[in-house]
Design a binder for this molecule. Structure first.
Ligand SMILES: [Mn+2]
Length: 359
């Protein structure tokens, strides 16, 4: 297991890289360039990022948020140009040492919450929170504006201003796209990109829908084991993998998260993992919790054990954290609670490995 950390780049992330390096057991980043979907990533900018990260003593083998353009998901005739850009980005990342690209195929909305700073009454910290009932009262446009206001000036992943400007048009375009249409468009994308990944030594890792069910009547096709079985079959290749995000999948208690890790780990279809905990508050109602098992509803020991047993070499990162100790930062992406999360996951890992060695 290689422990990594999401970092937004020195221009927009208040956390210095040396702080990241000082987290025990931290080996590298899941990094990104802040580019709109559909753009061919410039090599010079990536090389500058890579140098900065490597100079801090960290690896840059996983890249996140190489976002898939909406025209590809919609299957529009303009998609081929955007797929060409994607391919060129994959080739560029591959020749510069990147092993895994984390992405998603969610229509319009990336991850979604109804409150980005919900106070946890027990200890006064706050975390990201979702209650479907609140969505029922707000239309998609309203929730987007509220999210933008709550993010304290930071752009949230998947909520780039360029995309939001087109929101109404895009929502209308999806009215005629069902889950099977979306899967067909997904297959078209994978058929073009995966052979390039195989040559470039890169694995694509699909992040699940978050929360793990359809919203606003939009088709969503990546939130259960059954969904993921279909995705790995769309283009059968060791380069067509998943980024199992325990918090996203775990937002739906019907998902057996450790079981899913074992299922896809044994198939060698896990390219990366996001590991965090969630607390159920009711039907389609949850908040993000500290990583510790007893603070939420996921069995973090069982999750780490499943990783150790079936995909022990994968990249993982603590996913979102709470805001604690009065830290001011991007919701979900503060330093302190993610560092605590990494330390806790490393502790579980050491115990599991020792146990294995003792057998
Ligand atoms: Mn995640």
């Amino acid at each position: 297991m290689k422990m990594t950390f999401r970092w937004y780049g020195s221009q927009s992330d208040p956390i210095p890289l040396r702080y990241v390096k000082q987290i025990p057991g931290m080996t590298g980043l899941m990094g990104l360039l802040d580019k709109p979907a559909g753009v061919d990533w410039p090599e010079d900018e990536f090389l500058a990022l890579k140098k900065e990260v490597n100079d801090a003593g960290l690896a840059l083998e996983v890249i996140e948020s190489v976002n898939v353009h909406e025209d590809i998901k919609l299957g529009l005739s303009t998609r081929d140009e955007y797929i060409d850009h994607y391919i060129s980005t994959v080739q560029m990342l591959g020749r510069n040492g990147v092993k895994v690209i984390v992405y998603n195929f969610m229509p319009v909305f990336d991850w979604l919450r109804t409150d980005l700073a919900r106070v946890i009454p027990e200890d006064g910290s706050n975390s990201l929170y979702f209650d479907e009932k609140d969505l029922g009262e707000m239309g998609p446009l309203e929730i987007v504006h509220r999210t933008a206001e709550d993010s304290r000036g930071f752009t949230l992943p998947g909520w780039e201003p360029e995309r939001l400007a087109l929101l109404e048009t895009t929502l209308r375009q999806y009215e005629s796209v069902g889950p099977d249409d979306l899967r067909k468009n997904y297959q078209y994308f994978l058929d073009a990109v995966i052979p390039v990944c195989e040559e470039a030594g890169v694995r694509m890792a699909c992040h699940p829908d978050d929360p793990a069910w359809p919203i606003f009547g939009l088709p969503r096709i990546a939130h259960s084991q059954e969904d993921y079985d279909k995705i790995v079959r769309l283009h059968d290749s060791p380069a067509n993998t998943l980024c199992l995000c325990t918090g996203s999948l775990g937002s739906n208690p019907e998902n057996d998260v450790p079981g899913m890790i074992r299922h896809f780990g044994e198939m060698d279809r896990i390219g990366a993992m996001h590991v965090r905990n969630v607390k159920y508050l009711g039907y389609r109602h949850f908040r993000e919790a500290a990583h510790l098992s007893k603070d939420g509803d996921l069995d973090m020991y069982a999750i780490m054990k499943a990783i150790c047993d079936t995909c022990p070499d994968t990249y993982i990162r603590p996913d979102h954290g709470r805001m604690i100790w009065d830290e001011k930062g991007r919701p979900g992406y503060g330093l302190y609670d993610r560092a605590l999360g990494a330390a806790y996951l490393n502790g579980l890992w050491e115990a599991i490995e020792r146990e294995e060695q003792g057998k």
